[in-house]
Structure formats: structure tokens, C-alpha cells
Design a protein around this ligand. Structure first.
Ligand code: FES
Length: 103
């Protein structure tokens, strides 16, 4: 089931950037790709680096450690060395608030 939780406000995540939030034990990367707010796991599937310290390039999250990339829409690993996908979270924007569905 899960429920939507408020994790940030729009002004926290300007277009082209990523921030990290910690919600109920989940490290989540909140990304703003040209105004589209997306949420994926914030921990790299290769060797557990914090993706929230990485860069967002053309909607892809770049791991700061070994530079694997992940699509922030599908979670798929798009460049090695990571090959496992990231979990994608459902996002809702309510006024200024960003809400993420947490299980
Ligand atoms: S920890 Fe992310 S690519 Fe290695």
C-alpha cells in the first residue's frame, strides 16, 4: 500500500539538480529534470555510494564514485559499472510540496 509523505518543497530542488532526503529509513534522491520531479533510491546499486552527491545530467543520475548512470524515470542502470536498477518512487506535487509514496 504505502502512503505519500512530504519530503521537500519545490524550491529545494532547482531544475537540473538532485537532493537527498531520508524518510523512514530510506535514502531517496529527489531529482528535478526540467521541472519533472522524480524520486529514486539514493544508494548506488554498484557499491553503495550516495547518489544524492552525484550530478543530474539530461535526466540521468551520475554516481559520484565510479560514474555509473541511472535513468531517473525508469531506474534502469544506463552505464556501467552498475547493472542493477534503482527503485523508483511514486511522486506527487501538491502546491509547493513534494510528496513521495513510501511503503
Ligand atoms: S558505487 Fe556507484 S558506480 Fe560504483
Amino acid at each position: 500500500m504505502g502512503e505519500f509523505k512530504r519530503v521537500a518543497v519545490l524550491s529545494d530542488v532547482v531544475s537540473g539538480t538532485v537532493i537527498g532526503v531520508d524518510v523512514d529509513g530510506h535514502r531517496i534522491a529527489i531529482c528535478n529534470h526540467e521541472g519533472d520531479i522524480r524520486a529514486v533510491d539514493g544508494t548506488c546499486t554498484h557499491a553503495d555510494a550516495d547518489l544524492c552527491d552525484g550530478d543530474l545530467e539530461d535526466g540521468e543520475l551520475v554516481c559520484p564514485l565510479h560514474f555509473a548512470t541511472f535513468c531517473t524515470k525508469t531506474g534502469h542502470a544506463t552505464a556501467p559499472p552498475a547493472d542493477e536498477p534503482l527503485r523508483v518512487y511514486e511522486v506527487k506535487v501538491d502546491g509547493e510540496d513534494i510528496l513521495v509514496k513510501i511503503d
